[in-house]
Design a protein around this ligand. Structure first.
Ligand code: PMM
Length: 300
């Protein structure tokens, strides 16, 4: 496996330390009426903040707050509505000392969320949906999660065509890295994400998950978001062919956390934090024990 630096510019020091020891866990709070896994549950800001704090108590290192559903076919909220959803939640969680990530494709929302205390930018479009995102990222010097994306939710399923999905995703992500660096973003701010489920069918997702080490050729830490996604529901479909319901995909999600952490992922993004927080610790202990012992009997 390629050794990849875990250094991410702008990351709070405690997380930087943790990232040298194990895979980080990002918990999800979708402040939306329509996300596929938790839509409507945390639309009320107080409920969203309570849930974010629960995720931290469960072991989340970062809490990702989003105000726009990216499920296939979802309609976009206005920028004003997105701000109205996320800002109070970001502000309240940051005030509690939580490391907050803002999940948005809009530069204006990203900038406002950073102003409200967010410390990580997470853009599922990797800066493609809003040309202003690169400037906001560059000015902030904050960690910037750049996901592989080919187009908006309304059309992404029609864009799921690849020669070799892993090679193509690596090439396209490299293009994003080059463009963002040319726009003034420091390469050390970047965390890269294969974008499971975004313009990918189940086979594409399995290939990306199974060949994650090839994405390490990009030389940047990787974030993997497999939690509760449709390809897990399809894998576990019942005898009648109906997908396993979203709330019954947890064990499969933890299995993806183990695969990602074992492959050296920097962070996993999950809805149910506790099982994945346990899993990344198991993987870290096992990986540390598997390191060759030095001459004095200690791990080198
Ligand atoms: N997936 C979703 C939303 N945001 N961000 C990153 N970086 N990676 C992902 O895979 C990702 C994401 C969709 O899941 P959700 O609707 O449950 O949040």
């Amino acid at each position: 496996m390629a050794t990849v630096s875990t250094r991410v510019l702008g990351l709070p020091a405690s997380l930087e330390r943790t990232a040298t020891e194990r895979c980080l866990v990002m918990g999800v709070v979708n402040v939306t009426p329509d996300s596929f896994s938790d839509g409507g549950r945390w639309l009320d800001p107080d409920a969203a903040v309570r849930h974010g704090l629960e995720l931290v108590a469960d072991g989340a290192d970062v809490v990702d707050v989003g105000g726009e559903s990216t499920r296939p076919g979802a309609q976009r909220p206005s920028a004003e509505e997105e701000l109205r959803r996320v800002l109070p939640v970001v502000r309240a969680l940051a005030a509690e000392g939580v490391s907050v990530s803002i999940d948005t494709m809009r530069a204006g929302v990203a900038e406002a969320a950073l102003g409200a205390g967010a410390v990580v930018l997470n853009d599922v479009s990797g800066g493609l949906a809003d040309a202003g995102m690169a400037d906001v990222a560059a000015a902030s010097r904050a960690p910037f999660v750049v996901m592989h994306w080919r187009g908006p939710s309304q059309t992404m399923n029609a864009l799921a065509h690849y020669d070799d999905v892993v090679t193509d995703v690596v090439t396209e992500l490299r293009g994003r890295v080059d463009a963002l660096v040319a726009a003034g973003v420091d390469v050390e701010q970047l965390v890269l994400d294969p974008g499971l489920g975004f313009a990918k069918d189940a086979d594409h997702n399995w290939a990306l998950l199974g060949r994650l080490d090839e994405l390490h050729a990009l030389g940047r830490p990787l974030l993997v978001g497999a939690s509760r996604k449709r390809f897990l529901g399809s894998l576990l479909a019942g005898a009648d062919g109906s997908p396993r319901p979203v709330e019954e995909r947890e064990a499969a999600t933890v299995a993806t956390t183990v695969l990602a952490a074992q492959a050296g992922a920097w962070c996993v993004r999950v809805h149910e934090v506790r099982p994945s927080a346990d899993a990344v610790r198991v993987v870290a202990a096992s990986r540390a024990a598997a390191e060759p012992l030095g001459p004095g009997g200690s791990a080198s």
